[in-house]
Write a protein that binds this ligand. Structure first.
Ligand code: C5P
Length: 223
């Protein structure tokens, strides 16, 4: 048996992070939430009052930003930015509203991709994001592209917001999700798309457990 790398991509609310976390736990792999990296940079830029258009200043913040991952005993991975644990701060509406603009800059992506590739070098990692199968790990042994109807994705995100005591209404959540998907799909550098060799999983009508079981089954065949 040899450990492989698993790339999971898809639009917002498709269930990627929930599934990726469970798959990593099941296989005793490390889970890397690449969206959290872009969100952390966006959070720091808001704190520093740097515009999402100001690539040069964003790069400077990123260069000074140390990202470390701390795996908890329950398999959950905590992202530490400059030694600080970031949780809910990076999931606020303010961060969500700007993250796609921040992450569209070419130089930002180059630096993030380099860091993600470094983290994946050890093998045995599950990365989720938008460009993992296409740019970050084009050689990943297993690539998954998760999708679901926009109605279902908005509903999930809305329920997740409520469960985490975030202010939420379903119409705004759906519009925000569509806006962000549009930006992520249309950007010039590494847009969101399915890699040619990715397995497409539509999660609209299947349970998380079914998706996790299917991915683990394919992964074990490749290990
Ligand atoms: O996955 P999550 O919704 O937390 O990602 C937040 C945003 O970060 C995405 O909408 C996208 O703009 C950006 N992102 C990206 N590439 C990745 C992961 C996230 O551009 N690999």
């Amino acid at each position: 048996m040899h450990k492989i790398n698993i790339a999971i991509d898809g639009p917002a609310g498709s269930g990627k992070s929930t599934v990726a976390k469970k798959v990593a736990n099941e296989l005793s792999y490390l889970y890397i939430d690449t969206g959290a990296m872009y969100r952390s940079l966006t959070f720091l830029s808001l704190q520093a009052q740097v515009s999402e258009q100001d690539e040069q200043s964003l790069i400077q913040i990123l260069e000074e930003m140390e990202i470390t991952l701390e795996q908890q005993s329950d398999g959950e991975v905590q992202v530490l930015v400059n030694g600080e644990r970031l949780g809910e701060e990076i999931r606020t509406q303010a961060v969500t509203a700007k993250v796609s603009e921040v992450s569209a800059h070419r130089k930002i992506r180059e630096e993030m991709v380099a860091r993600q590739q470094q983290l994946a070098k050890q093998k045995g990692v599950v990365l989720d994001g938008r460009d993992i199968g296409t740019y970050v790990l084009p050689g990943a042994e297993l690539k998954i592209y998760m999708d679901a109807s926009v109605e279902e994705r908005a509903k999930r995100r809305h329920l997740e917001n409520i469960a985490n005591q975030r202010h939420s209404d379903i119409t705004t959540t759906k519009e925000e999700l569509k806006r962000r998907d549009g930006l992520d799909r249309q950007r010039e550098t590494a847009p969101l798309r399915q890699a040619e060799d990715a397995v497409l999983i539509d999660t609209t009508n299947v349970t998380i457990e079914e998706v996790v079981a299917r991915i683990c089954r394919i992964a074990r065949e490749k290990e």
